[in-house]
Design a protein around this ligand. Structure first.
Ligand SMILES: Cc1cc2nc3c(=O)[nH]c(=O)nc-3n(C[C@H](O)[C@H](O)[C@H](O)COP(=O)(O)O)c2cc1C
Ligand code: SF4
Length: 660
């Protein structure tokens, strides 16, 4: 079998894990009920991944302390709120997970500290999400209470048939990380000062758990091996000038944690302050944490479980195990995108794996609605209630448009047993994903297009390329249902000189339809414009970005905070000249004239060989009104209905196609 090594067992303490795939902890509030129990959504979410073949599941972080941090944003999530409710649902969860031979460790947190307002920290610190507020410092008595809560929670976990417990977390700048980092721990008592003192809470937690649960009950630690910050609130793009945890200190911490009794280390990197290292977007190279894990592995004898950097390529996973960089791979978002990933690797169905595109929409959802929904998988955290049923009556469905929404709708409708045909006017599937996938950092977007092509082929959906349909042609087909997924086109601006050959739409530039010169002016600082600016600057071009609003990335579908932070830092690093509060006035023989949007308009002229217009998209006019009343159902979806993003296109299409 290819990648055989990934299907060999390993041990955490005395617990045997059947393979080298672990599910990363991915917290959410929807998986937990208001009475301190796992909700059915939560149970189904984990069971689905156990069924998908993962060897060890770490649950998302569960709150322990209910006394000291009364304003916890997730205060309802404490298992200690009602141990009986928790135990009842946890045992039911564990029975089901264990049926698949999967082990499960709940992750219990000491607290979130200065990452959120209203919570306590080791020292008085500015709050990440609101620097004007300060997190108050914990007293020694409060620290003890928090440690006691961790120990009590671990005892409840053992009594609920979990296989071990993970301590959250000396990573992402959470409370235990704040204790461990000199930059956030200014205490002068035994919890501050030397590294051993800063790790005292972590030590007392594991000692307390082992005392209460027995030494054979495994305890792991989530640990960031390097912080990647230049200071609080400032990420270090290059990793140099580290003001947080250096890798050397990370390795020292590994040795100390091993000596305290931790049974394995679940390692990653970064803090909220360097969020694009903690939850790396597509601009980061996959597997960058493996180098860090390798250093940890050399220093300790306990297993090192490596994650945190989209390590979802089976070849990369297998190489990491073979070369001794890690004992197991901890996969997060790729298991949201495809819960069956390990099983598909095992059966050699690599092409069947739906790729995670690194967009971080799931993180956005976790922060806003608490459901961690995935852009490419609308069933996350509603696996039990939002699946697909076979249709009772097979309908003739015509799908107009082979972009993301059209492909998803065709896939879902065909899986349900409908008679589906897809018509695309261009010569390929993918719609606006095709130009979108052209960037060097968008390989997974290309994989997503290929995944859809593969799925549609497997399902034997007839795909008619180079076939545009008008209303009459559709009516003649006599369908039962029509899905209009006609997509969007770039908005072009009216300005003096807009017919100049140097003026190009973002789509034409991405598709290489027109050559982009050395001096580029990009008009529009949304995600598309910023990504183009980064790519061209990386290639060595001189790039100017012009945005009418006061900040780039401030319009259009919300860009997740980590992606935003990274793009801003990349533009800065690659010396993209950014003008905010300016609009394009004209293009003439000397270049581009831009004007300030302020009360006293000031003009600037910029020399340019190419002017790329990237000011958003508008729906392609549809023929819906010509089809209504023709005796069949008509649904509009995706960008053709309302310009959105991958999540809205896939979500729309899935919702409609699962219910026709
Ligand atoms: C929605 C979401 C919730 C997360 N919640 C937690 C958590 O509760 N505890 C934790 O240690 N890490 C959490 N993480 C971080 C993941 O465990 C993982 O480190 C991160 O997704 C990067 O790994 P990946 O590239 O394999 O996705 C979360 C990540 C996501 C996407
Ligand atoms: S939302 Fe985006 S980053 Fe998150 S799992 Fe899905 S595809 Fe990956």
């Amino acid at each position: 079998m290819k990648y055989q090594i990934l299907f060999t067992p390993f041990k955490v303490g005395q617990v045997t894990v059947k393979n080298r795939f672990c599910m990363a902890p991915m917290g959410n509030s929807i998986g937990f009920g208001a009475k301190g129990e796992f909700s059915q959504n939560g149970v189904d979410y984990y069971v689905e991944r156990a069924k998908g073949g993962v060897g060890l599941i770490f649950t998302g972080a569960l709150i322990t302390d209910m006394q000291v941090d009364p304003f916890s944003p997730v205060e309802g999530l404490s298992p200690l709120y009602s141990p009986m409710n928790f135990r009842r649902t946890a045992i039911a969860l564990n029975e089901r997970v264990h049926s698949y031979g999967t082990k499960i460790f709940p992750q219990i947190t000491m607290g979130l500290g200065r990452n959120y307002p209203g919570l306590y920290a080791p020292s008085e610190l500015p709050v990440f999400f609101d620097p004007n507020q300060k997190s108050p410092a914990l007293t020694k008595d409060e620290i003890k209470k928090k440690i006691d809560a961790m120990v009590q929670a671990a005892a409840l976990m053992k009594a609920s048939d979990f296989d071990g417990v993970e301590v959250h977390a000396m990573h992402w700048g959470y409370l235990l990380d704040q204790f461990a980092l000199a930059i956030t721990n200014h205490r002068t008592d035994e919890y501050g000062g030397s590294l051993e003192n800063r790790l005292r809470a972590a030590r007392e937690i594991v000692e307390g758990i082992k005392q209460v649960c027995g030494s054979s009950f495994p305890v792991t630690m989530r640990l960031g091996l390097k912080s990647y910050i230049k200071g609080l609130f400032h990420a270090s793009l290059t990793g140099e000038d580290e003001a947080g945890r250096t890798l050397e200190e990370g390795v020292e911490i590994c040795k100390l944690l091993e000596s305290y009794g931790y049974d394995a280390l679940n390692v990653d990197a970064g803090m909220y302050d360097s969020f694009y290292y903690a939850a790396p977007p597509m601009y980061q190279p996959k597997g960058f944490t493996l180098e860090l894990a390798k250093a940890a592995k050399k220093a300790v004898h306990i297993p090192v479980l490596a994650g945190g950097s989209r390590i979802d390529d089976p070849a990369l996973c297998a190489k990491a195990i073979e070369e001794g960089e890690a004992d197991a791979i901890v996969i997060g978002r790729a298991l949201l995108a495809d819960s069956q990933l390990p099983k598909k690797v095992e059966s050699g169905q690599i092409e069947d794996i739906r790729p995670c595109i690194g967009c971080n929409a799931c993180m956005n959802r976790a922060f806003t609605t608490g459901d961690a929904l995935c852009a490419v998988n609308p069933t996350v955290l509603r696996e039990g209630v939002y699946g697909l049923n076979k249709t009772v009556e097979s309908k003739k469905i015509v799908v107009v448009g082979g972009g993301l929404a059209g492909m998803e709708a065709a896939r879902v409708a065909k899986m349900r047993g409908h008679d589906v045909s897809l018509y695309e006017k261009s010569d390929k599937l993918g719609g606006n994903l095709v130009p979108g996938a052209k960037h060097s950092f968008k390989a997974d977007m290309q994989r997503l297009i290929e995944w859809y092509q593969h799925e549609l082929k497997k399902l034997q959906v007839p795909v008619h390329l180079n076939t545009g349909l008008d209303a009459d042609a559709i009516k003649k087909m006599n369908p039962d249902v029509v899905f209009l997924a006609v997509g969007s086109t770039p908005v072009m601006l009216g300005f003096k000189g807009n017919d100049d050959p140097r003026v190009i739409s973002c789509i034409d530039a991405l598709l290489g339809k027109k050559k982009v010169g050395q001096r580029v002016v990009i008009v529009g600082g949304g995600q598309v414009g910023c990504e183009m600016a980064y790519e061209y600057a990386k290639e060595g071009k001189t790039v100017t970005l012009v945005e009418a609003l006061d900040a780039v990335l401030s319009t259009g579908p919300a860009v997740p905070i980590m992606n935003k932070m990274m793009l801003n830092d990349l533009l800065d690093f690659h010396k993209v000249k950014v003008y905010t509060g300016y609009t394009l006035s004209s293009v003439d023989k000397n270049g581009v004239v831009i004007k300030s949007t302020k009360d006293t308009p000031e003009s600037i002229e910029i020399a340019a060989d190419s002017v790329i217009i990237s000011v958003g998209f508008k729906p392609v006019p549809t023929m819906a009104k010509d089809l209504y009343g023709s005796g069949f159902e008509v649904y509009e979806m995706g960008d053709g209905s309302k310009v959105g993003n991958v999540m809205s296109a896939v979500g729309d299409a899935y919702e409609i196609a699962r219910s026709v």
